[in-house]
Design a protein around this ligand. Sequence first.
Ligand SMILES: [Zn+2]
Length: 244
Amino acid sequence: MADPLPAVKRIQKIRPVGGKLTNIPANHKERLVAKYHGVCHIEGPGFEKKLSLTFDDGPSNLTEPLLDLLTSLGVKATFFWLGRNVKEFVNLGRRAYAEGHTFGNHSFDHPDFTKIGTDGVLREQIRKTQLIYRDTLGIEPSLVRPPFGKVTDEQVETLKHLGMKIVFWSIDSEDWIAENNSAASISNRVVRILHEEAIILMHDGGSASRDTIKAVRSIITSCKARGYEFVTVHDLIGAEKSLS
Ligand SMILES: [Zn+2]
């Protein structure tokens, strides 16, 4: 059989994920990607100059100006939203959908999956959010991003059984850090470790601020100047937009 290591081909070039909230040892994600090849993803499978911008924890009041910016720059992104917030900001969800962005399940209200076991609560967090997406946008996302990127092997098995793929990231913009952060530092952090088929983690909810939006403008401009194009995670890894 093929060596599973190519699935994590470039992770050595990427510094370990830093910060308190997302401080998952890089080797844990690498191990999951290798063990669940084609199910767990931290980046795209190839070496094309493509990137995916992903935004977690929304929708929120930040989402509208973010959509304005993405539209003005002609970029499609992927949103990993919380069921709770999709329910609250129905019109923003519909607008993002109409403008061609794609979506993943980020749970209903952001628990640490590793503290909620494998069956009842996990399934409820996923199911409730899938139903809200279905009621709001008419889709059931095929992608899930566990809050904090934390998930156990058993939970990966459960999600796989539901037909879902798990999406982590290869570049953390750390836009969620409130202190000593700025649009320039967020943008520099991303551009410094840019690589082919990277999945970039950002936020349009939670503790993210307008700095994220300013940083997005700068990231898109810098990356396009370096010859990269932006695609949705679905296009990057070859996933269906909806399970049904
Ligand atoms: Zn989150």
